[in-house]
Design a binder for this molecule. Structure first.
Ligand code: ZN
Length: 263
């Protein structure tokens, strides 16, 4: 059964709308991930986790072509990073949502692979909710994976799992081992100690802050990539895909209650 949005014909899209399918939109970025990982990490994670989930429930969802660029101007000190300004990024996502709503889709799930996309994807989803008949929600994949992350984790908290780290490297070792150069993997956790400000994918700090990445890391990594294994990555991927399937099913059944104007 087909599940890729752009492989459908227009009558097939019309039928997918009639079946009230959830539209899943993976969003990543092109960005340095240290000396051992490719620029594609956040596209590989968000894209493949989304694909595996939708492939399991093609009767419930369709998979959009990925948005491969995101917000990451703080990484520009490292060669390769492609940074999209926040207003273009938000506008691009909102335009996708508006087009989907125009065709009759009512449920958009944005599956994100890059931490710094989150505030802008939240704004975009709110704009879609407030300006179209559709609803849109965003999930960063690691936030769905917390129990599996706690199970596999060996690196110190906070900091061991942040960027090009134990977690991301393990997941790429599972998804695309041919793209990982483990002989170049490093441990690099050198941000300033603080009660309020740190970087960690398992638990972010209460104060949100991001400065130029090169002020905090000489290698482009924050975390301990040397602890990554394919087995850890497999566990996290399997757990996350299960949660994504559940999320798609629940979101498809979610009611959109009538809006009430109380003037
Ligand atoms: Zn990443």
């Amino acid at each position: 059964m087909k599940y890729r949005y752009d492989e459908f014909t227009w009558p097939e899209i019309k039928e997918a709308v009639r079946q009230e399918k959830v539209v899943v939109l993976p969003v990543g970025t092109v960005e340095q991930h240290g000396p051992h990982l490719p620029l594609a990490v956040d596209n590989l994670t968000s894209g493949e986790l989304s694909r595996r989930a939708v492939e399991r429930v093609p009767e419930e969802a369709v998979l959009m072509p990925q948005v491969s660029y995101g917000f990451n101007e703080h990484h520009l000190d490292f060669p390769g990073t492609i940074a999209i300004s926040h207003e273009h990024f938000v506008g691009f996502i909102v335009d996708i949502g508006r087009s989907l709503a125009h065709h009759g889709f009512r449920k958009l799930l944005v599956i994100n692979g890059h931490g710094s996309n989150i505030p802008f994807l939240e704004v975009a989803c709110r704009r879609i909710c407030n300006t179209t008949p559709a609803i849109a929600a965003i999930a960063a994949w690691w936030n769905l994976a917390k129990p599996a992350i706690r199970e596999i984790r060996e690196s110190p908290k906070p900091g061991g799992m942040s960027h090009g780290c134990e977690l991301e490297t393990s997941v790429i070792l599972h998804l695309r081992p041919d793209l990982v150069q483990m002989d170049k993997a490093v441990k690099d956790i050198h941000f300033q100690p603080s009660k309020f400000i740190w970087w960690d994918l398992e638990e972010g700090s209460p104060v949100r802050f991001m400065e130029h990445f090169s002020r905090m890391s000489k290698t482009g990594v924050i975390g301990d990539a040397t602890l990554a294994t394919e087995e850890k990555g497999r566990k996290v991927v399997e757990y996350t895909v299960d949660r994504l399937v559940e999320l798609i099913r629940e979101f498809r059944r979610r009611r959109i209650d009538p809006q009430v104007d109380h003037h």
